[in-house]
Design a protein. Sequence first.
Length: 408
Amino acid sequence: MSISSERKLNMGSKTVVINVILAVNALVWYLYFFSFLKTNSSFAGTDFIINIGFSLLAVVLSAVLSTKLIQKIENRLKFLFYWMLVGALLSPISLFVGSASFFSVIIISGLIGVYFGFGFPVLMGYYSATTKNTQRAKTSGLTLFLMTICLFAVTMITKDAVSTAIVLTVWKLGGLIAIMALKPSETKINKEEKVSYKSILKMRSVLLYFAPWLIFSIVNNFAYPVLYSSISAETVTLVATVGTALTGFFAVFFGFLADRFGRKYLLVFGFTLIGLGYATLALFSEYGNVLWLYTVVDSIAWGIFAPLFLLTLWGDIAGKRDSEKFFVIGFLPYLLSNFLGASLGQYVAVSVTNLTVVFSFIGFFLFLTAIPLFMAPETLSEKEINDNELQRYIEKVQKIAEKQKNGK
């Protein structure tokens, strides 16, 4: 793998392809392995919660450790190359999940968590450093769209532990081969301007975006078990599949809009829409069709939130600073909400009897979470938005001139 830190960075389509391949490869591998671990380990109740909690804790701790070590890394891509190779070597561990003891499953889940957490911040640091602000949201939307397709394909192909081990190993090796073939450019790590987690959490822009994201993640993951407790398992599967597919589609659409008009008011629109979705559930929960209306609304909201909150905003806010720690903070609400949904969410679902009151409260609460966003700064600057408009105008004029030239 030939990597040169001196090479001029190309911000064109090649860079987009590289970033998408890296991100999709990492996300699909982890999300499918995490899902496989949940559905194939022979534990339930408290043991299940311990396993999931241990895995997510391993992600967080290793991610924090990774950002501490980033200043000692000279070459992000070389690190990511070996990280992906380790992932290929680690994939066959899925063979032992079904028959493993409780403590063995804890070790396996911990290894998966440590592996993902250790490399993902470095991956996002490279992703942010090689993506322009005006291209980042659309690249994130494309990443999530392809992730949903690939995740669905992997789910369809894998039938048991053996096929899972083979597919995940090939998946990692395929990503390695693609990166070696493309020969991506390296970016220098900024070792002069160090930032701490404390200083990041004191930043006004971080707090004003982080607070709504945290509240939404927790509330929404408590709401899912309540909503799904009243419908059949088959309907839950169908709704989840349709919702995931729609989210991928909307992520591409809103990614382009976010790079054209900015992030802030799209997020306000998303929070307003999801609040209306829960209000609709509260008023018309007895009608079956309202579930599908909510699914569409929820997919639109996630089509905004996923590319912006997971892959875009924190790179915007970091600016010229290394963004690894920003992304760790931005990823925390998603991890926390997954744990709370798997643990306390089931208890809430059993305890709740009045769905109208619950959904009314959630809808009102989500409306309130949009308030900090009105005070938040737009992370895509006015100059960048105007430059986008100017570039589109120039391209339009060039197309008109080309047509007139060809017409003559």
